[in-house]
Design a protein around this ligand. Structure first.
Ligand SMILES: [Zn+2]
Ligand SMILES: [Zn+2]
Length: 261
């Protein structure tokens, strides 16, 4: 299995990276994990979007899903499609509200939405806490995490290897349970543990670098990849927090870079 970072800038695109989005290749399967602002452009440097097997969304905040609209335009209006997308709707594995939420992001009025049912070119498969979906020979497991909206940690398994993506989350057992024993944990770290504004980070939103490391240690993962650091924080400082708390191999991910799982 191989993870390619399309974008890793936390909470929105930054000067050196699109927002959150990743490409996972496992056997013959190609999955995207989130498609935040700017990631659809990056995707085209690494894969013909027609070769996608499924697209996966941890949650529906714009920095994780706004380029879905670009994927929809690509599937609907590309002049030379290799197949008729209405005969092979692309699986969208996502929170329950994805169909209406993503349709609203694509079509801007009720009249347009009435004519533009996203289900003609996508097949929506809702996530559940503890759920498991098989797609293109890959197993996708999900555990609910702690964020202001419905949000999931996503575990991708293929031929005995496992990659877990935290999505966005505050500290929670759902992330630890989903990541238990994984080879790689791709984990958000969005702010320092201590700042001039707080001695303890706010709960229920994001992880500090230290908390990302603590969750990786509690889950017993093999390797920690830190992502979702916003442009306004020092990524190396968040990595240092995570490394100290984890004690195992940890690094910051970089855009347009691939990682073997
Ligand atoms: Zn985010
Ligand atoms: Zn979010």
């Amino acid at each position: 299995m191989r993870l390619t970072v399309l974008g890793c800038s936390g909470s929105g695109p930054g000067p050196t990276s699109p927002a959150s989005g990743y490409l996972v290749r496992a056997g013959d399967a190609h999955l995207t994990l989130d498609l935040g602002n700017g990631t659809f452009g990056a995707l085209q440097r690494h894969l013909d979007p027609w070769a996608l097997s499924a697209t996966v969304f941890s949650h529906l905040h714009p920095d994780h899903c706004s380029d879905f609209a670009s994927l929809a335009v690509h599937r609907r209006y590309h002049p030379r499609p290799p197949y008729d997308p209405t005969t092979r709707p692309l699986p969208v594995l996502a929170p329950r509200e994805a169909r209406t939420r993503l349709a609203a992001a694509y079509a801007t009025s009720e009249a347009e939405r009435a004519e533009t049912d996203m289900t003609d070119i996508f097949s929506f498969q809702p996530f559940t806490d503890g759920g498991c979906i098989e797609v293109a020979g890959v197993t996708v497991r999900t555990g609910a995490v702690d964020h202001p909206c419905e949000a999931y940690a996503v575990r991708v398994e293929h031929e005995g290897r496992s990659l877990v993506y935290s999505g966005d989350t505050g500290p929670c057992t759902g992330l630890v349970e989903t990541a238990r024993g994984a080879d790689v944990l791709l984990c958000e770290a969005t702010w320092p543990h201590v700042t001039e504004r707080w001695d303890e980070p706010p709960r229920g939103v994001h992880l500090s670098g230290r908390q990302a490391g603590e969750h990786a240690a509690a889950a017993g993962v093999g390797r920690l990849l830190i992502t979702h650091v916003p442009a306004w924080y020092d990524a190396q400082a968040l990595l240092a927090e995570a490394k100290e708390a984890f004690g195992g191999p940890a690094e910051l991910v970089e855009p347009d870079t691939a990682y073997d799982v």
